[in-house]
Write a protein that binds this ligand. Sequence first.
Ligand SMILES: Nc1ncnc2c1ncn2[C@@H]1O[C@H](COP(=O)(O)OP(=O)(O)OP(=O)(O)O)[C@@H](O)[C@H]1O
Length: 769
Amino acid sequence: MDKQNNNHEFEYQRLEKVLDIIDKKQHALKEQSSKVKEDVVELRKTFWDDITVNMDEMDDIIETQESIKQQSNILAQKERHYGKNYQRMNQLERLKNQPYFGRVDFQEEGSEEVEKIYIGTSSLMDEEEKDFLIYDWRAPISSIYYDYAPGPVEYRTEEETVYGDMSLKRQYMIRNGKMKGIFDTSVTIRDEMLQESLSQAADTQMKSIVSTIQQEQNAVIRHRGSKVLVVQGAAGSGKTSAALQRIAYLLYHHRTNLTANQVLLLSPNDLFTSYVANVLPELGEEPVNQQTFHQFVLKGTDKALRVDTPFNQMEKLMSLKEEEQQPQIEAIQHFSSVAFMEDINHYLEKLNQTNLTFRSIRFRNELLIDKTEIENYFASLEKDMRLPNKIEQLRNWLLQRIREIQKEEIKKDWVLDQIQLLTKDDYMKAYHEAESEHEDSNIQDEEKVLREKIIRKTFAPLKKMIRQNRFINTFKMYMDLIAELNGNNAIQEYKAEAIRLLRKKQLPWELATAYNYFKGEIIGHEVTRPVHLIVIDEAQDYTPFQFAYLKHLYPYASFTLLGDVNQAIYSYASEENPIQENASFKESTERIVLTKSYRSTKPIVDFTSYFSPSNQPVEPFERNGALPEVIRLTKSISEKDALLHKIEEKQNEGYETIAIIAKTADACDKIYQKLHKEIRIKQINEDTKTYQKGIVVVPVYLAKGIEFDSVILADASSEVYSHAADKFLLYTACTRAMHDLTVLYTEEMSPFLSEVPKENYRYATIVER
Ligand SMILES: Nc1ncnc2c1ncn2[C@@H]1O[C@H](COP(=O)(O)OP(=O)(O)OP(=O)(O)O)[C@@H](O)[C@H]1O
């Protein structure tokens, strides 16, 4: 006992010492930063003082350029230094709150010394900058903390595997620089810290989990090697958390060749984007490029198009009668398949050998280059050339034609007319330009410059239009492709409606990615920035076509796909998704399965496991809570009263985020209309960007990825959740609950719920008043 107290006394003293060093470092850094800042300001002010500008001879020009470059380098270096200091200041500020959360005592094989390794969100050296007082959680040695109980351990560095023995594993609960608890542990991570973390109320911002990462999650975070990592994880198993810590880990280990803006994180909706936005900054990393796949598609498509969202697609489908749904689903499945990508490739080959659909080029209401002329030029190009290369040649040819036309046009009277309309400023500018070109400038020179100016200005939009390939009517060709599709009745039926929508410039979601692919294969794909790592959360919602498209765009990128086959809410769109065990990947792939669920209490996990679509076992984290409640609403109580009553009850129980989840946006709207005059309630729709505490009403598909203290599932009746695809929605909705779950239904409960044994929930026939 005494020994332990002594031990703990040591820990308290050490914490004081570390905090003191952080303080000193902060002071030193502050001073250094203000000095660097002064230098930067001074250097900007006197930038030109140290440069002798001499443009007389070529040698002088080169020398001048060299000294400008040198001076800019010094400035950039100082600015970088300032930026680094700023980043370090933030790290130290975070360390002040919680310098470390773990310690392992490690003796390397063959060494006499036992090292005390303290682990925190970033590293800290002692005052002499000799020894580590804190190791970054991502350092190779830190992995033993997550992977082992005391005993023999090993970890990998870049060069080798290090073996040794871990004699102590300790956890610290430090909040605001104060030691709140110390736990020694013999199992992987003792549950106290995790229990404390998981039993907290839902937050509007996801938190980092570095202090309680579990062994199987650590394997995801530190995984290296394969080009594609697929993580199948049960609901609440920490996929999103692991994904974000993985990004932080990779950014740390590949500092020199991976930066935050080379990482693309695809998230399911905007709400989710804002929900997870803080995790990387909390870990001291820059935010990465995060967007939904819909936003990604919009960037590559024609601005004039109205592109449906996947949610529109689902809502549209749900609004159809049963007999109308099936052909629609069959068609959607066809467009989601890699076979459709092959159809497109064949079609493009055919187009390449015949001709494309071009637009004539008009200028000032006159036909400048007729489309048959463009077609002829296209036909004259070497047959085997790839389409984007042909288009490039065509573009250059058109621009050359325009330059020739410009030479003719510049002589015409309309140019002079335009000159008259120029402002005084334009005149003066042209005059000075003429003067700088010819010392003894005269009226003719001035007019020449002005004419050139007018021509450049007038032709600029036309040239831009050519550079943007708008002389090719890719959309029309895509419509033709759809119209020419062969296929069964379902495809034929679908085609007619699709063409009607396409004519109105409306692009159904199932045709959207394919259009971008089609267009990119003709004019070249616009990949504006290099992407080295693509992390896809909720990857089970991606069709084989969408995933193949991403791989086509970024053939050299590594992929981390995280998802749950049980939450495949667009399961109707495809019989396959990239998370499935049998998904086909061309490149080296590894698959990790996470079966333990951390979000929900044990009774909630047990309850939902009975209607998990894949029946794969889910292991609950042992956290207690009330049994879910299933309530049948009889005719004597309205839905409004029942909901108000339940919400009040949940608020009295102390829950801060309460979500009423319904199947569709329409159902949510009806609930909102009933309740918003009675209580403060927020309706979440596709445009909602941030997640706030309080009571919300949300359709299942927008609740994806996020969580609530208490969930009230509005209408789990048999007529709402009865099709195979509904099971995924029902499961997704119920697994959003962290501490408490209530399921309401009228008349008959969903057949999926009737599979749950009665002892796994509390049953009531009416809300008690
Ligand atoms: N190791 C951990 N330590 C602390 N909290 C954790 C840990 N793992 C998961 N959690 C918590 O469990 C909850 C679920 O995690 P997360 O959202 O990452 O799971 P998920 O697998 O992406 O869930 P879903 O697929 O259901 O959306 C979050 O509140 C997260 O903070």
